[in-house]
Design a binder for this molecule. Structure first.
Ligand code: FE2
Length: 193
């Protein structure tokens, strides 16, 4: 069995923001997996992937990871490497899990990183992480981004899934809206032109 707690404790020590972000992404992903009627095995695969999706940031210098203002292009290139570092940090782990974690920043239109994969070549689990990761980044306190409301974030993700911007899986964005609205949230509708 993999020592997930150990790696989470390292992440918590390295950067509390990334740690709490990972926990929230795991929570959203779990709710989506439940709604997708995943088996316990599929759910734990999804939750472990979500908890450790940013584990590669252990190798990113604090001067970049905790920089209070906007990153330079060079620094952004550096931070993108966290998707590759996971294979070094979790070496010998299940290759399917490493593949999902390594591709959580890929986008359906091929504009993501690190491999510029597109469409069905991106694992479905990674497509879920792409939605939950981006949603949390938009709605939580990131230094260099304006915090969006729940509604703004869902609209933005929907708009990035339609109208020629095929970044996210539209159905998964709708599913996130559906599962979040059960927590006293009013479900919103998307009117695409
Ligand atoms: Fe990431």
């Amino acid at each position: 069995m993999y020592n997930i707690d150990y790696y989470l404790s390292l992440l918590k020590k390295k950067d509390l923001n990334t740690y709490y972000h990972s926990v929230r992404v795991a929570h959203y992903s779990y709710l989506m997996g439940k709604q997708l009627k995943y088996t316990n095995e599929q759910l734990s695969f999804l939750v472990i992937s979500a908890l450790l999706h940013d584990i590669g940031k252990l190798y990113i210098p604090n001067s970049i990871l905790k920089k209070p203002n906007k990153l330079s292009n060079q620094e952004f290139l550096e931070i993108k490497k966290h998707t590759l570092y996971v294979r070094k940090i979790l070496k010998n782990w299940d290759s399917r899990l490493l593949n999902v974690i390594a591709t959580h920043h890929e986008r359906l239109d091929g504009s993501g990183y690190p491999y510029h994969r597109s469409g069905y070549s991106i694992p479905y689990y990674s497509q879920i992480l792409a939605v939950t990761d981006s949603f949390d980044a938009m709605t939580s306190n990131r230094n260099y981004n304006q915090i969006k409301s729940y509604y703004e974030a869902i609209y933005d993700l929907w708009n990035c899934s339609t109208q020629g911007h095929n970044l996210y899986n539209y159905n998964l964005v709708s599913l996130l809206n559906q599962v979040l609205c059960t927590d006293n949230q009013q479900k919103i509708k998307h009117y695409s032109a």
